[in-house]
Design a protein around this ligand. Structure first.
Ligand code: MG
Length: 283
């Protein structure tokens, strides 16, 4: 099932996407309410044409989005030249974690704010995002996928010089500019993706392919990320976990390619869909 959050002109609603139509779920407050009650427990109103509504980010979690810093060996390698000699030189044994705050989230077709004059090093990162459906702490890897409600696409938009060299080289600030977390276009429930480790994952900028990999290349599979993150830390329904990006980001290209105002970024993950946004100065 594909579940979305949308606006038909009268406020935010949740719905089920079927082909080119949306079946509004008018009994639900929002996606979090839907996740907590179970996706099958609400009745649908008459269908709306998909093109007649504006899709919003399918979910805005109550707390920060959890992110894996490095999860594809080729992406770790392409960043090696940019790391200082005293920084991490090999992918750690456990996933590197940071967070993005929910106020940075935007939906499909919304504008990503260009950071000039603070920086011109604006970069994209396509990532498989996991939505937690069932609470748990100390979740075993073997049970981890039972806690997943569904999957969506995230763009871990990054301001590279701020991420790498400002503020002590930690990641939070360079990955938390306003609008720098596009999410969507909808959530595909976990029953439709029994194996999250076999999905083609791509980025196109102005139609040209820049990232093209497969989630089977993850160093830390989704189940391991959930197990390690939940060690001593309770995951709650509606939590979102971003699982890292493959190689091909703008920073790793020769010469580096930074996003500019007017650029269109399309992220695609097999069995989920396409998340498209554009860059705007002062958005
Ligand atoms: Mg990332």
């Amino acid at each position: 099932m594909k579940l979305c959050t949308f606006d038909e002109g009268a406020g935010r609603l949740t719905g089920v996407i079927e082909g080119d139509s949306i079946l509004p779920l008018r009994g639900t407050v929002d996606m979090l309410d839907l996740i907590q009650r179970g996706a099958g427990s609400t009745s649908a109103a008459p269908a709306l044409p998909l093109h007649s509504v504006r899709l919003l980010a399918p979910i805005v979690p109550k707390r920060n989005v959890f992110c894996v810093g490095w999860n594809y060996a080729a992406h770790f390698a392409e960043g090696k030249a940019f790391r200082p000699a005293d920084a991490v030189q090999e992918i750690p044994d456990h996933p590197a974690l940071f967070t993005k705050n929910p106020f940075a989230i935007i939906g499909p077709e919304a504008a990503i704010r260009h950071p000039a004059p603070i920086s011109d090093q604006l970069d994209y990162e396509v990532e498989l995002a996991v939505v937690i459906g069932r609470a748990g702490r100390d979740i075993r890897e073997a049970d981890a996928l039972d806690h997943v409600f569904g999957y969506t696409i995230a763009n871990d938009v990054s301001v590279r010089d701020v991420q790498r060299t400002w503020h002590g080289g930690q990641w939070f600030k360079g990955k938390n500019f306003d609008t720098h977390l596009p999410l969507g276009p909808w959530i595909v429930t976990a029953d439709e993706i029994p194996d999250p480790q076999s999905l083609r994952i791509t980025t196109r900028v102005n139609g040209a392919t820049k990232q093209d990999s497969n989630t089977k290349q993850m160093v830390f599979p989704v189940a391991q990320v959930i197990a390690e993150l939940s060690a001593g830390l309770t995951l709650h329904p509606g939590d979102v976990i971003m699982t890292g990006t493959p190689d091909g980001v703008g920073m790793g290209r020769t010469p580096p390619e930074w996003l500019k105002p007017g650029d269109v970024v399309e992220l695609e993950i097999e069995r989920i869909g396409v998340l498209r946004n554009h860059i705007e100065r002062g958005a």
